[in-house]
Design a protein around this ligand. Structure first.
Ligand SMILES: Nc1ncnc2c1ncn2[C@@H]1O[C@H](COP(=O)(O)OP(=O)(O)OP(=O)(O)O)[C@@H](O)[C@H]1O
Ligand SMILES: [Mg+2]
Length: 252
């Protein structure tokens, strides 16, 4: 009889729930071996239509961007719900092959200080945008982990100074750590934890693509354990697959 290993045995500490967290995904140039790619990256939604759940938010952002009315954005909500993925997919759609020139990816927990970051934004915003067809596209400053910034640094951002040709997309988990002055300059979108149906759909997609043999019970337990955090669901699936689902294989 096959030995069953409970999902409760999984040591969460061993699971990197935020490998890279999506930082500098656009700008990263390395192309690692497919086998070593974490599934969270391998299965990161590439286009807006790949983003599971949050269809109303994604379609609203898409509509605003397509009609040249993109506001400054503030995307907030718990980890692994698609905030960074949505902005990256939007950037790809807006800029295509020009994405590296048109997007400045910053991480708010960057320890170089706000003056350096501001200078970077200033330099980025002041260079000429490339024309896309008839209209000149606005550039995008992607500021991840905005809730890690001190209040002073948030005040120092002065996002309206660059509004003529630049939009900010702020991303954070805890919106209460973003100062009201900054919040009010952005259109806010809350990314709720994914519901079980969407986690299940997405996991089934990965299970099929990776040709895994996952029993229904294991899948259900995984959905329950991930609690709407898709990154966590994928990481557990990848790390634990040999232990959970092939307990007697040589791979263990
Ligand atoms: N809505 C979603 N649809 C499809 N895949 C998703 C979704 N949300 C998360 N994922 C998966 O989880 C990974 C992490 O998602 P993402 O980086 O977008 O999360 P996040 O909301 O920015 O989290 P954090 O707050 O921790 O930065 C993605 O690479 C993708 O594989
Ligand atoms: Mg993120």
């Amino acid at each position: 009889m096959a030995e069953t290993i409970s999902l409760m045995d999984i040591d969460d500490d061993k699971i990197h729930t935020k490998p890279n967290k999506g930082k500098n995904v656009i700008l990263s140039s390395s192309n690692p071996e497919p086998k070593s790619v974490p599934w969270v990256e391998k299965f990161r939604p590439q286009s807006l239509s790949d983003v599971a759940a949050h269809r109303d938010i994604v379609e609203t952002i898409d509509r605003l961007a397509s009609s040249n009315r993109l506001p400054h954005l503030l995307l907030y909500g718990p980890p692994g719900t698609g905030k960074t993925s949505t902005i990256l997919a939007l950037a790809r759609k807006l800029y295509g092959s020009q994405v590296n020139n048109m997007v400045l990816e910053l991480n708010a927990s960057d320890d170089r200080g706000i003056d350096v970051v501001r200078q970077q934004i200033q330099d980025f915003a002041s260079t000429q945008s490339i024309s896309f067809g008839a209209k000149s596209a606005v550039k995008l400053v992607l500021l991840d982990e905005a809730d890690a910034m001190t209040k002073d640094a948030q005040f120092a951002l002065l996002i309206e100074k660059y509004t003529r040709n630049t939009r900010f997309a702020l991303i954070c988990n805890n919106v209460n750590k973003v100062i009201p002055a900054l919040q009010s300059r952005c259109t806010r979108f809350r990314f709720a934890p994914l519901d079980a149906v969407h986690v299940s759909e997405r996991l089934r997609h990965v299970i099929e693509a990776e040709q895994l043999d996952v029993p229904e019970g294991g899948l259900k337990a995984l959905i329950r354990l991930s609690n709407g955090d898709m990154r966590k669901a994928l990481n557990i699936l990848q790390v634990q697959t040999p232990h959970l689902f092939y307990p007697h294989s040589d791979y263990v």
